[in-house]
Design a protein around this ligand. Structure first.
Ligand SMILES: O=C(CO)[C@@H](O)[C@H](O)COP(=O)(O)O
Ligand SMILES: [Fe+2]
Length: 209
C-alpha cells in the first residue's frame, strides 16, 4: 500500500497548526517532521517543543526524521513530544544498533536513513530490527531539491534484502519521480515542496495515482 507523508518543512510556519490540520484532511497518511541541528546538516529547523505544540492537531502518525549528530541524546525528548516513528541516520551515530534499541524500548517505531552516497551494506546487520528504511533521494538539509536517480538502484537493493519492510523515499518526490520509485519497490513517499505548492488534496492524490 502506498503511503504519502507530506514534509512540513515546506509548510507555512506562521500557521503550522492549521497546516497540519489541512494536510490531515487532504488525505495524508503520515506527517513527516524534519529535525535539523545545523551540524549533521547545514540547516536548523525545529525540535521537540514545536512537535509537542502541534501534536493535538492530527491523529496521524508523527514521522520524525532526525538529521542531528548523536541522536541518542534526544530520543527520549522526541518520544515525549509525541513521535510515533523515529528515523535516525546511519551516518549520525556510532552505535546504531543501540540507538534503534533505545527507540524501540519506548514502544515507538524505528527506522534508519541513508544519505545518497551511503551503501545499503550498512543496513545488513540491522534491517531485521527495523520498521522502515528511509532512502534519501537528495542530500539532506533542504526542501525543493532535485531527485537523485541512483536512488532507484538502492531501492531495489533494499527490497531484495527484505520483502516486507516499509521503504520510504525522501527528496524531490513529484508525480513524475514517484512512479520509478514504486516500480523499484518503495511504498512510502515524503513530499514537501510538491504537496505544499499546490492544492494539497489534488497533489496527494496525484502521487497515489
Ligand atoms: O529530509 C528532507 C530534507 O533534508 C526532506 O524531508 C525534505 O523536506 C523534502 O522536501 P522536498 O524535496 O519534497 O521538497
Ligand atoms: Fe525528511
Amino acid at each position: 500500500m502506498i503511503k504519502i507523508a507530506p514534509s512540513i518543512l515546506s509548510a507555512d510556519f506562521s500557521k503550522l497548526g492549521e497546516e497540519i490540520t489541512s494536510i490531515t484532511e487532504a488525505g495524508a497518511d503520515m506527517i513527516h517532521i524534519d529535525v535539523m541541528d545545523g551540524m549533521f546538516v547545514p540547516n536548523i529547523s525545529f525540535g521537540p517543543v514545536v512537535i509537542k505544540s502541534i501534536r493535538d492537531k492530527s491523529n496521524l502518525c508523527f514521522d520524525v526524521h532526525l538529521m542531528i549528530e548523536n541522536p541518542e541524546r534526544y530520543i527520549d525528548e522526541f518520544v515525549k513530544a509525541g513521535a510515533d516513528l523515529i528515523t535516525v541516520h546511519a551516518e549520525s551515530t556510532t552505535h546504531l544498533h543501540r540507538t534503534i534499541q533505545q527507540i524501540k524500548a519506548h514502544g515507538v517505531k524505528a527506522a534508519v536513513s541513508l544519505n545518497p552516497a551511503t551503501s545499503v551494506e550498512s543496513l545488513k546487520y540491522i534491517i531485521d530490527e527495523l520498521d522502515m528504511v528511509l532512502l534519501m533521494s537528495v542530500n539532506p538539509g533542504f526542501g525543493g531539491q532535485k531527485f537523485i536517480p541512483s536512488t532507484l538502484e538502492k531501492i531495489k537493493e533494499v527490497r531484495s534484502m527484505n520483502a516486507n519492510i516499509d521503504i520510504q523515499v525522501d527528496g524531490g518526490i513529484t508525480d513524475k519521480t514517484v512512479k520509478g520509485c514504486i516500480e523499484a519497490g518503495a511504498n512510502v513517499f515524503v513530499a514537501g515542496s510538491y504537496v505544499f505548492s499546490g492544492n494539497y488534496k489534488e497533489r496527494i492524490e496525484s502521487l497515489k495515482k
